[in-house]
Design a protein around this ligand. Structure first.
Ligand code: DLZ
Length: 158
């Protein structure tokens, strides 16, 4: 999702814009909740830091990353929602399940973006192990939830 050069966590959005009227939904998968809660907190902090009102941030949870697509669609179709951030963490196991979930959610989120012409941000970690996920959920590689929030705001400014 990022390299050191493209790590958005440390970036402030350069053009100061008024985001106070935007309403943003965050969908959080419960699988690997230690990670996804950290990503969600990172996203919420960044949105508030950039001027989004806390009452305009709607947080919903789903069982796993596979369910992010439908939940994102439910939220994206609401007229008052401007952007959706889908947060999950899929960690590779011993079976091919990882590939199926990753493929499903990646394709699904892409489709929801295009179907509703709204930013639906892919804040899903897909890692080989738990340490890689921790490194990206407030660890040495930043917080990808924070980056997902930056991406949502940049796309709203597009
Ligand atoms: C089943 C499953 C597995 C094995 N691993 C993960 C994971 O690492 N991360 C995640 O978010 N969800 C996982 N799931 C659950 C699926 O996303 C989904 O909730 C179930 O397959 C039911 O549709």
């Amino acid at each position: 999702m990022s390299s050191a050069k493209q790590n958005l966590s440390s970036q402030k959005i350069s053009k100061k814009q008024d985001y106070s009227s935007y309403k943003i939904a965050i969908i959080v998968a419960e699988w690997n909740s230690e990670i996804t809660n950290a990503l969600s907190s990172g996203a919420i902090s960044r949105l508030i830091d950039e001027g989004v009102k806390s009452e305009n941030i709607i947080v919903k949870s789903v069982p796993g990353a596979f369910e992010l697509t439908l939940a994102s669609q439910f939220m994206a179709q609401k007229l008052d929602i401007d952007a959706v951030i889908a947060i999950g963490c899929v960690i590779k196991g011993d079976t091919p399940h990882f590939e199926y979930i990753c493929q499903g959610v990646t394709m699904g989120i892409t489709e929801v973006n295009l179907k509703f012409n709204k930013p639906v941000i892919f804040g899903v970690l897909t890692t080989n192990n738990e340490q890689q996920a921790l490194d990206r959920a407030g660890g040495k590689h930043g917080n990808k939830g924070d980056e997902a929030a930056v991406t949502a705001l940049k796309m709203l400014s597009f």
